[in-house]
Design a protein around this ligand. Structure first.
Ligand code: ADP
Ligand code: MG
Length: 240
């Protein structure tokens, strides 16, 4: 569903991604971890072209990302993204936030978009918050709205960039629970996260990134049973 082929990217003389290659199959849940500044956000943002890259290619369900013929709104609908900072529209209600892209990008009728939005709000446990504004929700609730909004586009893959890093500790679990439910429902997911319990329990595979390189790419069970690189082991010892 996502294929990285020799992806390279530089900022001036600084190479942030070095020949990154990986394959993420349908239904896989891949956790990307690694030190701060190693290129994790850059790598995941390349998937839906929020960042460009200099050479190599990425395919999302067969569609090349780096291709003038690829429609970016369509690509971003198919690869739904959830950020650390929620990025909701604050002048819109929860319901309007979830309806907007369905109306604009997918051209759904208001009734259809509304019905789908309410269903998704129920799925993330927020059925009674449709008419509220984001400012009146907790961080965990806002992040669940952001997940529902991404899902409203019927994505084929979901991308998460540290979705729980900005949350108060008591709200982390409710967001991870929604992500776990999605994984169990068969969604293909690529998640940058430091939540190693989630990685251990939910991920099928781990990519360990250091200094712009994918150092380890292995089943989660192998990664956590000590078959990872020394660099990954060193990283785990520092964060656990
Ligand atoms: P991570 O998500 O792993 O913390 P990032 O992908 O955000 O890492 O950043 C990787 C490296 O690229 C960092 O050293 C960062 O300073 C650098 N970087 C990120 N964005 C830019 C930019 N727009 N211009 C120059 N350097 C950048
Ligand atoms: Mg980052």
């Amino acid at each position: 569903m996502i294929r990285f082929e020799n992806v390279c990217k530089s900022y001036g003389s600084f190479q942030v991604l070095k020949n990154c290659s990986a394959d993420i199959g349908r239904g896989e849940v891949v956790v990307v971890c690694g030190p701060s500044g190693s290129g994790k956000s850059t790598l995941i943002k390349c998937v839906n072209a929020l960042e460009g890259f200099d050479s190599g290619q990425i395919f999302v369900d067969g569609t090349p990302v780096r291709d003038p013929a690829t429609s970016l709104p369509r690509l971003r609908a198919r690869a739904g993204m959830v950020f650390q900072g929620f990025e909701l529209f604050h002048h819109m209600t929860v319901l309007e936030n979830i309806m907007l892209a369905q109306r604009v990008v997918l051209d759904r009728s208001a009734e259809d978009a509304r019905a789908r939005s309410l269903k998704l709000l129920k799925r993330v446990g927020l059925a009674h918050h449709a008419m509220k504004y984001p400012v009146n929700l907790s961080g965990g609730q806002q992040q669940r709205v952001a997940i529902a909004r991404a899902l409203s586009m019927d994505p084929v893959v979901m991308l998460f960039d540290e979705p729980t890093s900005a949350l108060d500790p008591e709200m982390v679990a409710e967001v991870l629970a929604v992500m776990t439910e999605l994984a169990q429902a068969g969604m293909t997911m690529m998640c940058v996260t430091h939540e190693m319990a989630f990685a251990r329990q939910v991920a099928t595979r781990i990519l360990f990134v250091d200094q712009g390189e994918i150092i380890d790419d292995m089943p989660s069970a192998d990664f956590f049973s000590g078959q990872c690189s020394d660099r990954a082991r060193n990283f785990l010892e520092r964060i656990l």
